[in-house]
Design a binder for this molecule. Structure first.
Ligand code: IMP
Ligand code: MG
Length: 234
């Protein structure tokens, strides 16, 4: 529900407009209204399913399927790390959405759970792997020393990125390294790479959505789908 706050200097017009739209208005200091339902049973704020993006040809994994699977993965991770301090490392940018949803489902709660992100890129703006992996220089590799690391990635494709990242984390002195990948394109593997946690097996197609891009677009889609041919640069 939309809630407007004002500091006492809210313009009369703005206030009237908000009231006309039925938006509850509260001053700072007034208690925050309690949700009528517990947070986990609140209906999703958007109509579902969302209309298909005009440049998407088909949905491969719906928002509902993703939500349900991410919740299951959170339970699996939580159960495995219930007695270990966990450092969740999301691989940017593709895994931003997945990581943020996953950590909110990790239960039972580990004794401590930290979240960090770093940027790793192996793709340019096209759809073919360059086979190179770069870690951003801003990430302090020292921070993984002695930690139980869970690398969270969007897709395992050839396996180049994750096998390199696992080696980097082990080399940096992590106490353990596991991988949680939302999608696994098993058919395209070029180096051995098996994730401990996988969301879905993915068909050998170029996909976008739920954090995953084509030329930096479509990361905002709540589902995973394929881009229409005419929008892919040949
Ligand atoms: P790998 O090193 O070949 O395993 O590449 C993994 C990375 O390639 C993923 O993190 C993605 O960023 C990217 N990737 C692989 N397949 C796709 C796709 O279908 N759409 C968008 N990015 C992809
Ligand atoms: Mg990636």
């Amino acid at each position: 529900m939309e809630l407007l706050r004002h500091r006492g200097s809210f313009s009369r017009t703005g206030l009237r407009q908000a009231q006309r739209r039925g938006v509850p208005v509260r001053s700072l200091g007034q208690p925050v209204p309690q949700a009528s339902q517990p947070p986990h049973s609140r209906p999703h704020p958007h109509p579902r399913p969302l209309p298909l993006h005009p440049e998407i040809s088909k949905i491969i994994f719906s928002a509902e399927e993703i939500d349900a699977r991410v919740a299951e993965l959170g339970r699996l991770v939580g159960t495995d790390y219930s007695d270990r301090e966990l450092l969740v490392l999301g691989v940017l940018k593709g895994a931003f959405a997945f990581t943020s949803d996953l950590v909110r489902h990790i239960y039972p709660y580990p004794p401590s759970l930290e979240v960090d992100f770093f940027k790793a890129s192996s793709y340019g703006s096209g759809t073919v792997s360059s086979g190179r992996v770069q870690l951003d220089s801003g990430f302090k590799l020292d921070s993984v020393r002695g930690k139980h690391v869970l690398l969270v990635e969007d897709i395992i494709d050839t396996g180049n990125t994750l096998s390199a990242l696992v080696a980097v984390m082990k080399g940096a002195g992590a106490a353990s390294v596991r991988v949680c990948a939302l999608l696994d394109k098993k058919a395209r593997r070029r180096v051995p790479m098996e994730a401990e946690y996988t969301g879905f097996e993915c068909p050998d197609e170029f996909i976008v959505g739920y954090g995953i891009d084509y030329a930096e677009k479509y990361r905002n889609l709540p589902y995973i789908g394929a881009v229409k041919d005419e929008f892919i640069k040949k």
